[in-house]
Ligand binder design. Structure first.
Ligand code: NAD
Length: 497
């Protein structure tokens, strides 16, 4: 039972002893400069322990370890079936450490323990296992050339991959990079977010226990402008798999341009549109879905459907339905197994979210429900699930990614206006169309400029489909076989015959 009512999570949290040192070359090491930072839990503001504040020297050491592991072929030269075996064991180890990893994830970033257990840990393990299972089933190609030549087109691992990930799904985002990169034979240096470094460090230990050779997977915690920048600028890193904000994604491209033109794969922000047409015959289900998807993970999801576009004829009814759903996601103690919405990741995020709520009110939108900070007595960072109505496209809350439990409802007059409003965003991560007419659903889905479009649902998802965005939501795709494209080079070999 994922809710494990018998476990006293507070007692386990109190008993935790953290090791915040970098993991390099198959072991925990002292950081070069000995700097650390406090690991603050967003649940109650408690300092969980000291984490190494990695600097360029630590990154350099990790990249060197990754490079020599790659160059001597201790991993890359193994047959795919052999790599698969190790990675499947790694996935098993993740599942076996489920409770420990879930607790670390919840303490570190504030999401409800029930979801760390039932969503984050299993999804990370499933991702690693999926790429492990895939890698010995992929064949190379022979080009259709003339009779006197044979041209082989083969995939080769790229080398050293720098993975830089955000705090909202620390384990899953790490797994989305690690799965394809490691299965393809690369070495990895992972830089987790300074706001959520704990599970990444444990993943590296579990991978080693599973038999991943030393140096193949290294983790250096630290800040973005220090460890992150050093990794993205490093001359011996072949590619950066980045997930984070569009602001920092831009920097990744600059770093690559200033250094060695390493490949940069950006998975960035979003402001996903959720379009509800008057012909849809089950508005209560649409309302329940948009609330569930919006408030899941405290609204800290890149694909949260934060722009809800509703036809004017049903807008009042729909807002009432959503307003009735929202309070079901009241923020509570993340360590209580019944809690469905937890704490925002830190005080800075709390301030950002509250400033968007204030901007919405100032610009004339109405908070139909929510809008306030809650549970402040716990010392943590909690906000009510909030639904804004009367939102105009030009308002900040309609345009910018808030990354908190704040939904904006806008009205449209007809299909053309709905599509134009949905596409009038620099982002293009996901979108959703709700209509009972198959022709309209297809027409609108086709017109939407987004990497994923959902029709009459929002939560369907698995490893088989690519995840990523159009426009300033990024390039490249995580998940699915397409992710191998990011971490492999194509080599053509001509043979005269
Ligand atoms: P962020 O861009 O602030 O940080 C992401 C990572 O980059 C962190 O590890 C951070 O330390 C590092 N970083 C920051 N500045 C850096 C710099 N100058 N050089 C190198 N590294 C640097 O993002 P965040 O606040 O951690 O995460 C939230 C963002 O992530 C949101 O915009 C969200 O939409 C996006 N996101 C996107 C996806 C996706 O798949 N498209 C998934 C999850 C989150």
């Amino acid at each position: 039972n994922s809710k494990s009512p018998a476990i006293d999570w507070h007692a386990r949290a109190a008993a935790l002893a953290l090791d915040g040192r970098p993991f390099i070359g198959g072991q925990r090491v002292s950081s070069v400069d000995g700097l650390t930072f406090d690991c603050i839990s967003p649940i109650d503001g408690r300092n969980l322990g000291q984490i190494a504040r990695g600097q360029a020297g630590d990154i350099d050491r990790a990249v060197q370890a990754a490079r020599s592991a790659f160059d001597d072929g201790r991993w890359a030269a193994r047959p795919p079936a052999a790599r698969k075996k190790v990675l499947l064991k790694f996935a098993d180890k993740i599942l076996a450490a489920k409770e420990e990893l879930a607790l670390l994830e919840t303490l570190d970033m504030g999401k409800p323990i029930q979801y760390s257990l039932s969503v984050d840990v299993p999804a990370a393990a499933r991702c690693i296992a999926w790429y492990a299972e895939a890698v010995d089933k992929i064949y190379d190609e022979i080009a259709p050339t003339g009779p006197n030549a044979l041209a082989l087109i083969q995939r080769e691992p790229m080398g050293v991959i720098g993975a830089i990930v955000p705090w909202n799904y620390p384990m899953i985002m790490s797994a989305w990079k690690l799965g394809p990169a490691l299965a393809a034979g690369n070495s990895v240096v992972l830089k987790p977010s300074e706001k959520s470094p704990l599970t990444a460090l444990r993943l590296a230990e579990l991978a080693l226990e599973a038999g991943l050779p030393e140096g193949v997977f290294n983790v250096v915690p630290g800040f973005g402008h220090e460890a992150g920048e050093a990794l993205a600028l490093h001359l011996d890193v072949d590619a950066i798999g980045f997930t984070g904000s569009t602001r920092v994604g831009r920097k990744m491209l600059e770093y690559a341009g200033r250094s060695n033109l390493k490949r940069v794969y950006n998975e960035l922000g979003g402001k996903s549109a959720f379009l509800v047409f008057p012909d849809f015959d089950d508005l209560p289900r649409a309302a329940a879905t948009v609330a569930g998807s919006m408030f899941f993970n405290q609204g800290e999801s890149c694909n949260a459907p934060s722009r809800v576009l509703v036809h004017e004829s049903i807008a009042d009814e729909f807002v009432s339905l959503v307003a009735a759903e929202a309070p079901k996601y009241q923020a509570g103690d993340p360590l209580d197994p019944r809690t469905v919405m937890g704490a925002l990741v830190d005080e800075g995020q709390l301030r950002t979210v509250m400033s968007y709520i204030e901007a919405g009110l100032l610009e004339g939108a109405r908070a139909r429900v929510g809008g306030k900070q809650t549970r402040s007595e716990s010392g943590g960072f909690f906000v009510e699930p909030t639904v804004f109505e009367g939102v105009a496209p030009a308002m900040k809350i309609a345009r910018e990614e808030i990354f908190g439990p704040v939904m904006s409802v806008l009205r449209f007059k007809d299909e053309a206006e709905a599509v134009a409003m949905a596409n009038a965003s620099p982002y293009g991560l996901q979108a959703s169309v709700w209509s009972s007419h198959i022709d309209r659903a297809h027409r609108v889905a086709r017109a939407l400029r987004a990497g994923t479009v959902h029709v009459n649902q929002y939560d369907e998802d698995d490893m088989t489909v690519p995840f990523g965005g159009y426009k300033q939501s990024g390039n490249g795709r995580d998940k699915s076989l397409h992710a191998f494209d990011k971490y492999t080079e194509l080599k053509t070999t001509w043979l005269r015959i």
